[in-house]
Structures are given as structure tokens and as C-alpha cells.
Write a protein that binds this ligand. Structure first.
Ligand code: TA6
Length: 321
């Protein structure tokens, strides 16, 4: 159990105690409600709320800010998801690491929406509600919901419902379901921007990629690889959608991560590398050494069109073997 055993105290309601999931132990969380056998609602001193899951088979954590998966770790295994030790939890900035939800655009909003809008959309910086929770011996199904508001309509003039369904067993499935609640069609782009935990760049090899990709570091120039990628430099590449699962093999951890996406038109692979990590105030300078992003994404303009009353699902399924 990667719980901070030292942080596991006897629970007395009066003395506010918490089980600090290892990756969040730098936050002093106060338990405010037990939601099921393994699931509790906790909050930090800024009243940012977290769902903490300490199931016999795995641990996980979400922030209600952005319905942001922060942590997932199978019992007896290294963490699957990377989270920055210096992430900011101020309810204004997207949390660095985990699986940020990029929606309803990916990257810059584009001139047609406004160049002053936040990169990767607004969903990851909005307060979501937990709408469903089911726990069994095999795992936890949990769902979060976001609907349009005066604030979102200023940025993006469409009524919507956005649901994140997380199915946590000994694998992790995230489904982002966009529903058009308005009277006119809208197009959206986005990503489940998964930060995966690696032991070291030299140990990480990615296979199962399409050969063609556009290299954002070379002005989006179309390039061809051999379907594999070694993590040995700054990478920001949009690959055509893989036909099957992508594999991240980590020779030091002796672990393979299988990433199977659907509803996407591409996968984005990214590491800020040395210079990029130094430039982030919410990532340690050496943070690039233990993370790599493989994202299930809709990046192609004009995006996925959804008719009034219709829905679309963008998903990613991660498991280790
Ligand atoms: O997914 C790759 C990317 O678009 C990179 O270009 C970089 O901007 C990264 O996302 C992180 O973006 P963020 O807004 O979370 O700092």
C-alpha cells in the first residue's frame, strides 16, 4: 500500500485526521463525508474538494475542480498516473499532471472563438459535481458532471452537458461524454490529457503508433516514424489515430502500459523535456524525468460535430501487464 503509513492515524472525528494518499500527502486534507466503503469526500484549506478512493485493489483520487483524476495505483504496483509535487490547487489553474480534461477545444481556442481564451478549453478549470457513485468488490464506478453556465457561454455560446465516467477496476477507463443541449449543432475538440508515470526517459519505449505524425515543435510539419518512439528529447507530436492499443514499455519498472482510445481522431504525445519543465512554475525542474503524456484527442479542425440532443464519447482505457 503506497499510503503514507505514517499518515495513517486512528480516526477520531474531533481530531481531523486523514489517510494521505501518497501522491497527495503534501496537501492537508480534511475528511468531510464518507461516500461508500472506500470512497470519501475531503477538502483542503482552500475548500477545494477531493474524492479519495482507498479500495482494497487500488487507490485513486480526483479533484472536483476539473473532474481531474489525480492518482491511480493498483495495489502492489507503481503509480500509473503522474502528478506534479508542485501542482497548484487554487481552483483557478489546471492541476499539473493526472488526466486534465481539455474541452471544448484543444490547444489555442482559435481566432473564431477568441485568442484571449485559455489553452485547452475551460472544462479543466470549472467546478464539477459528482453525479454517480457505485462501489463493488471489483472496483468503483464514479461519474462527474458539468453543464453550461453564464461564465462558459461567454467563452463558448452553446448549452451542453459534459460527463466524465470513470470505471476503476484493475484497469482505468475514462469516458468523456459530450451532449448538445441546445438547438444548433456544435463542434468540439479536446483530449483526455493523461500524464503517465515512468521510471526514467531512457527506460521508456512507446510502440503501436501510426507512422505519420505532425510535429508541433517543427511548425506542425508532417513527419514519418516507424511507429515507435524513444523518450530522449522534447516531444510534442500529433499522431493519426492508432489502429489498436499503444504500449508504453518501462524496462526499469518492468511494466507495460496499454493505452486503447476511442472516439478520438488522434493521439498526442508530449514531454516538455528539460527546458519546458524549467519554464513551468507547477512542475519540478526534473519532473520531465518521470512523466510522459499519451492523450486520447480530437485535434483535427473543425472538430467533432454534435447535433442537438446528440452525444459523443471520447475515451481512454489504461491497463498494465
Ligand atoms: O498535449 C500537448 C500540449 O498541447 C503541449 O503543447 C503543451 O502545451 C501541453 O499540452 C501542456 O499544456 P498546459 O496548458 O496544460 O500547460
Amino acid at each position: 500500500m503506497l499510503l503514507h503509513q505514517s499518515a495513517r492515524f486512528t480516526r477520531h472525528y474531533s481530531t481531523i485526521i486523514y489517510i494521505g494518499i501518497f501522491m497527495l500527502s503534501h496537501l492537508s486534507l480534511e475528511k468531510i463525508a464518507t461516500l461508500s466503503q472506500s470512497v470519501s469526500l475531503q477538502q483542503d484549506q482552500n475548500d477545494i474538494k477531493f474524492i479519495i478512493i482507498d479500495h482494497p485493489l487500488f487507490q485513486a483520487a480526483f479533484s472536483l475542480h476539473g473532474a481531474h483524476l489525480l492518482h491511480f495505483q493498483n495495489e502492489g504496483e507503481p503509480a500509473l498516473i503522474w502528478l506534479s509535487d508542485t501542482a497548484l490547487y487554487n481552483g483557478k489553474k489546471a492541476i499539473r499532471g493526472g488526466v486534465p480534461i481539455c474541452w471544448p477545444w484543444f490547444g489555442p481556442a482559435g481566432a473564431h472563438l477568441g485568442d484571449d481564451l485559455p489553452a485547452h478549453g475551460f472544462a479543466r478549470n470549472q467546478p464539477w459535481k459528482m453525479s454517480e457513485l457505485q462501489e463493488t468488490e471489483q472496483g468503483v464506478e464514479i461519474e462527474f458532471t458539468l453543464t453550461d453556465s453564464a461564465e462558459t457561454r461567454v467563452m463558448w455560446p452553446y448549452p451542453f452537458e459534459l460527463r466524465l465516467k470513470a470505471s476503476l477496476k484493475q484497469q482505468l477507463k475514462l469516458e468523456l461524454i459530450s451532449t448538445n443541449k441546445g438547438k444548433e449543432a456544435f463542434n468540439y475538440r479536446g483530449a483526455l490529457h493523461s500524464y503517465l508515470n515512468i521510471s526514467h526517459p531512457a527506460a521508456a519505449m512507446i510502440t503501436g503508433l501510426q507512422q505519420q505524425f505532425s510535429n508541433s515543435l517543427q511548425q506542425g510539419e508532417l513527419q514519418h516514424g516507424d511507429g515507435t518512439l524513444q523518450v530522449d528529447q522534447a516531444i510534442d507530436a500529433i499522431y493519426k489515430k492508432a489502429d489498436a492499443a499503444i504500449h508504453l514499455n518501462d524496462t526499469h519498472l518492468q511494466r507495460n502500459i496499454s493505452i486503447l482510445n476511442s472516439g478520438n481522431d488522434s493521439e498526442v504525445l508530449w514531454t516538455p523535456w528539460i527546458k519546458g519543465a524549467k519554464a513551468f512554475d507547477d512542475m519540478p525542474d526534473d519532473g520531465y524525468q518521470t512523466m510522459f503524456c499519451i492523450e486520447s484527442a480530437i485535434t483535427k479542425e473543425p472538430g467533432k460535430s454534435i447535433l442537438p440532443g446528440e452525444s459523443h464519447c471520447l475515451s481512454t482505457l489504461l491497463h498494465t501487464f
